[in-house]
Design a protein around this ligand. Structure first.
Ligand SMILES: [Zn+2]
Ligand SMILES: [Zn+2]
Ligand SMILES: [Zn+2]
Length: 330
């Protein structure tokens, strides 16, 4: 099935490659092996990351589609309604995207694919396209984290979803390769864990104003730096300022809190009842993305609708400014 081979493989599509006849799952696992090698020793070079992205995307494409074919061959067509058996066998058709394949696996084949790997594979597909057209400009640690997550997911996916349906001899060959990939992946993930722990230790005093990074999903986005640019301490993604980071946080973290002007720094960057912090991951704190203040209690002024910190008892329902105006009137 040449169509299941990635177009990125320089050998794919040539007569020699067809003669080799690498079955799709074995082909995908071979890509994974290469990716694990690129990431294995920590601090991969930009070149390592480039090939990790290309080969991981190729692996995802081949493996997800191999599982779709198990369900029904027509599902790998971009438009299954127009699928024709001869064209499938000849590999002569437009196939669905990786994101499309994930959707079909979840909706039609009832394959459980978590939100996290789905998101990581989506990011990876974008990076791969940019890499093809403009060169990769994403921060290296962000690529590394995302790649490690996808790699980890795909190894489990082959094991749980693909191996059981393969014919005996092919299954045995794949199982052997997969075991060696699995060992390398555990090396990569334990290296990641070490970094995560080290970072947690570094950030232990700023936990009450550290939120989850919307790119790498580590508790590593430290707020409180004012209006200057800020970056994730883990993946080093940079935002132009707190408003920028807040917008991104909204998009990725599915927050339903509201944004107000902060009573402390007067920037429009106070997320009310919406931010989990490293200190209180399960809670929805009211946190300013600019000054980093975590307001235990915050309320809205009856007059001007700005937020303010209410008095302990007998609060008038008005912010300091509006209260002063009222008092002046008497
Ligand atoms: Zn990050
Ligand atoms: Zn503030
Ligand atoms: Zn007011």
């Amino acid at each position: 099935m040449p169509a299941l081979r990635s177009g990125d493989d320089p050998k794919a599509g040539t007569p020699a490659a067809n003669e080799v006849n690498f079955p799709p799952v074995q082909n995908g696992v071979d890509y994974l092996n290469n990716v694990a090698d690129q990431l294995r020793f920590g601090q991969p070079s930009p070149r390592n990351l480039k090939y990790a992205v290309l080969h991981l995307q190729a692996a995802a494409e081949v493996l997800l589609k191999a599982r779709l074919v198990q369900e029904h061959w027509s599902l790998v067509f971009k438009d299954p309604g127009t699928a024709k058996r001869e064209r499938f066998e000849a590999g002569d058709f437009d196939s669905c995207t990786t994101t499309g394949a994930i959707g079909r696996l979840r909706d039609i084949a009832s394959v459980a694919i978590g939100d996290k790997p789905t998101k990581s594979m989506g990011i990876l597909a974008k990076w791969r396209n940019r890499l093809q057209h403009y060169g990769l400009k994403a921060p290296a640690p962000a690529v590394e984290v995302c790649a490690a997550q996808v790699l980890d997911f795909l190894v489990a996916f082959v094991h749980d979803e693909l191996l059981p349906a393969l014919p005996g001899p092919e299954a045995a060959a794949v199982a052997d390769d997969l075991e060696s990939v699995g060992m390398k992946v555990r090396g990569v993930t334990s290296y990641m864990d070490t970094r995560v722990k080290r970072l947690a230790d570094e950030l232990k005093d700023v936990r009450d104003h550290t939120v989850m990074c919307p790119v790498c999903e580590q508790w590593a986005l430290v707020l409180g730096g004012g209006t200057a640019a800020l970056d994730c301490r883990f993946c080093h993604t940079v935002w132009a300022g707190p408003e920028d980071a807040l917008t991104n946080y909204f998009d990725f973290a599915h927050v339903d809190g509201n944004v107000y002007e902060c009573p402390d720094c007067n920037q429009h960057t106070l997320l009310v009842d919406g931010a989990g912090t490293a200190a209180a991951p399960e809670e929805r704190r009211s946190l300013c993305f600019c000054c980093g203040t975590d307001f235990a209690v915050i309320t809205q002024c009856d007059d001007c609708l700005n937020t303010y910190v209410p008095a302990d008892d007998d609060d008038a329902g008005l912010c300091g400014d509006c209260l002063a105006v009222r008092i002046d009137r008497f």
